[in-house]
Write a protein that binds this ligand. Sequence first.
Ligand code: BES
Ligand code: ZN
Ligand code: ZN
Length: 514
Amino acid sequence: MNTKVLFQDAAAFETPLLAVFAVDVAVGKDADPVPALLTTSDALSEAAVKALGSGEFKAASCETLLLHAPHGLKTERLLVIGLGKLAKLSVHELRKGAGTAVRFAKPRGIRELAIAFPEDHALSDEHLDALPSGLTMRAMVEGAELAELDWDTYKSDRKDKSVNACTFVVKDVEKATKAEIQKGLDEGLAIASAQNFTRGLVNEPGNVLTPTELGKRAAAMCAEAGLKCEVFSTAKLHELGMGAFWAVSQGSEEPPALIVMTYEPVGGVAEGSPVLGLVGKGITFDTGGISIKPADGMEKMKYDMAGAGAMIGAMKAIAALKPKVKVISVVCSAENMPDGKAFKPGDVVTAMSGKTIEIVNTDAEGRLVLADGLHFAKTLGCTHLINAATLTGAVAIALGKLNVGLFSNSDEAAELFMTGLKASGEKYWRLPCTDDYKDQIKSAIADIQNTGITRYGGSITAAMFLKEFVGDTPWIHLDIAACAWLDEAQPWIAKGPSGIGVRSLVEWVKGYSE
Ligand code: BES
Ligand code: ZN
Ligand code: ZN
């Protein structure tokens, strides 16, 4: 999509569709909605005044109202998009709003659209600082670019419904703000392209995206983005003593892939600066292994590499945004299969760290590959670790499908991550992983076992397992199992892979930039 910004009057812009945002300015729970446009353009306001006064449009979040041949405007259609209550207005609402505009146009065969940049000062209200120009632009570009994707590449009767151009029309503003908006556009394009890359990887079926193929795609991305990338397989796992990672891989015909991507800022960083380690679970298909999963819904286990996908996408964005901090990403990719050679419940394996693990359930494989990935990242010099993984079904029971489960051994690292959510618009909820849960993974015959003694707190016991391998290094674990796949289409995004994690990971990394 050709996404750009133009500094001119939206009313005079010729386009098949112009979107303008509206908020509900009514105060109080039971008050009737009062929609108001986020524009200072009299022409736009006049074109919509009758429709807005009719009472049929409430400016609820992602609600749309279409007006054909609006009087006094150059656009063929005016699309009013609701953003919900003014008091709750956020940058993320604009991300969804811009996405809604694109996904409104797509099925209707409208190939080009324009979006009037929201002018919150139109409402002379105290919430004016809710929408900083640069971040608002970035969020809208992300929303529009994410909305453009549909997952029909494997359909033989695919009809091209792509939107080719999206122009953000900004009323002439001061020079400083112009530069901010332009920067927001560039950042938005970089981040959205990375998140869409992740979504594309996660969408791929297991027969296409094997660990080897994931390695190839990561390497190709790195070559294009200017990142160093090394892809290892079986021999390296043995050489490094990655007994936990290898145990998961050994039952598959497909060899594992250990992918190491490195970003170093031009000019280097000061001695003793943090080195961030981004570790991803890359199970390209999870059958459960010998502890095999039920057939119902198993096809979705192709998305068990979404943590790896998020890390590869984050590296792509980092390469473009160039923060002043060194970042190393380690992706542990394997296929979890039942086979004569597969690992079995009761087996004891030795992780790279030297810890012995009793395998109780071969379906708890993600924590095994991550155990070695996290330890390996430390040996590469990482001073701060973060991992993303579709680790447990239990996280959906704990938090539903709205919040990612966040676990950490460091309040500082976790708080920095949480600070970034205002910009990323993603939702995370911190859950405990304190040492009083440690008894849950005690084994009778080895150092630890790979599942909890009971099913209770399944996401926490999984986090406790990972914690055994990070030691004192500040670490965050993101259990994205419930949020990496959207079961329902939303007005701003297609159903399927969400690309969760990319935006927040990028914010976290930027938080360590010198
Ligand atoms: N890949 C699954 C977790 C998962 C479940 C991801 C649903 C996405 C959607 C993971 O490897 C797994 O199977 N975990 C088990 C752990 C159990 C055996 C302790 C689970 O959650 O049931
Ligand atoms: Zn599993
Ligand atoms: Zn899994």
